[in-house]
Design a protein around this ligand. Structure first.
Ligand code: FES
Length: 85
């Protein structure tokens, strides 16, 4: 199980964290990964730089663009599932 934590602090919310989380949620459903990827929210990760902060496992990605949520999913989340099963 991989835990993906999307920041819903005020700065990230303004930059589109809800939209990013919605895209990730849709992709998780589309790929039938609801039992392998847990999507949760968290408050400020103290990385309020240029975009949304997301933590995947222990790794924090700061400055994500909600328009690139799909790329992020396939590049940063999906590859982990091979190791996490
Ligand atoms: S509000 Fe998201 S990292 Fe600060």
């Amino acid at each position: 199980m991989v835990t993906v934590t999307v920041c819903v602090g005020s700065s990230c919310t303004v930059r589109g964290s809800e939209r990013l989380a919605g895209t990730l949620e849709a992709l998780i459903a589309q790929e039938h990964l609801a039992d392998r990827v847990e999507l949760v929210g968290a408050f400020c990760m103290e990385q309020c730089s240029m975009g949304v902060s997301v933590r995947v496992g222990e790794q924090v990605y700061a400055g994500l663009d909600p328009d690139q949520a799909e790329e992020f999913f396939y590049e940063a989340i999906l590859p982990l599932l091979g190791e996490a099963s």
